[in-house]
Design a binder for this molecule. Structure first.
Ligand code: ADP
Ligand code: MG
Length: 238
């Protein structure tokens, strides 16, 4: 588990500023959901936390330590993408164990981690298959399995369920909630789906145009949106 803090974090691509002085203190074990329109900077924010994108200004700390310059693999954070990003030429088991093999973990540790993750996610029957022989929901499970085998301190999810149909989305949403309860790892989750935000979040962060509009418990935003933008995105229709 980890606490993650952004202090006046900004991001520019060339001369274009896409995030502006973002302040966000995420507690150990929280489930933070980021919402906001397309292009407002959600993915960029996640990628900066993961270390996949340089931070232009401000400070990012994990467990109180500045990590702006720390490489992704030394941040102990796993990211789950909408597009799954599985290795097509590897079996499910090899996809899941890849990060552990990269870190030269022992065969026993790898086997144990993969078997625990695959049992959690119902992937036992599929371990020897290639990703292309799986359904969308199964692929997303593999992507989650790959994230949990490392026992990271934190998970970052970038619209992980938006390629799934409504029924599967609901099922996976329940599964993510259950896994968060079991693993207790700090999570930052981006979604467009209001129900996902309301049911998963300990706190919701509403963003627009590169700036945080409001941070609060789901019902706070729903009942007392800070402005029309938040009201339109998450607020009660009344
Ligand atoms: P969101 O995930 O909220 O849809 P993004 O974080 O992907 O938004 O993008 C925020 C803004 O930054 C957008 O205007 C996007 O075009 C821009 N952007 C993202 N990545 C790059 C990049 N590598 N180079 C230039 N502009 C980028
Ligand atoms: Mg995005």
């Amino acid at each position: 588990m980890a606490s993650i803090a952004l202090s006046r974090v900004g991001k520019s691509f060339g001369t274009v500023s896409v995030l502006n002085e973002v302040d966000l203190a995420i507690e150990d074990g929280e489930f933070i959901v980021l919402v906001g329109p397309s292009g407002c900077g959600k993915s960029t924010l996640l990628r900066m936390i993961a270390g996949l994108e340089e931070i232009t200004t401000g400070t990012l700390t994990i467990d109180g330590e500045r990590v702006n310059e720390r490489r992704p693999k030394d941040r102990d954070i796993a990211m789950v993408f909408q597009s799954y990003a599985l290795y097509p030429h590897m079996s499910v088991a090899d996809n899941m164990s890849y990060s552990l093999r990269l870190r030269r973990r022992s065969k026993e540790i790898i086997a144990q981690a993969v078997s625990a993750a695959s049992a959690k996610l119902g992937l036992d029957p599929y371990l020897e298959r290639r990703p292309k022989a799986l359904s969308g929901g199964q692929r997303q499970r593999v992507a989650m399995g790959r994230a949990i085998v490392r026992k990271p301190k934190a998970f970052l999810f970038d619209e992980p369920l938006s390629n799934l149909d409504a029924r599967l989305r609901e099922q996976m949403r329940a599964e993510i909630k259950r896994m968060h309860g079991e693993l207790g790892a700090t999570s930052v989750y981006v979604t467009h789906d209001q129900i996902e935000a309301m049911t998963l979040a300990s706190r919701i962060v509403a963003m627009n145009a590169g700036a945080v509009q409001q941070i609060g418990a789901p019902l706070d935003l729903y009942d007392r949106p800070a402005n029309l933008f938040v009201a339109g995105f998450i607020g009660s229709p009344g």
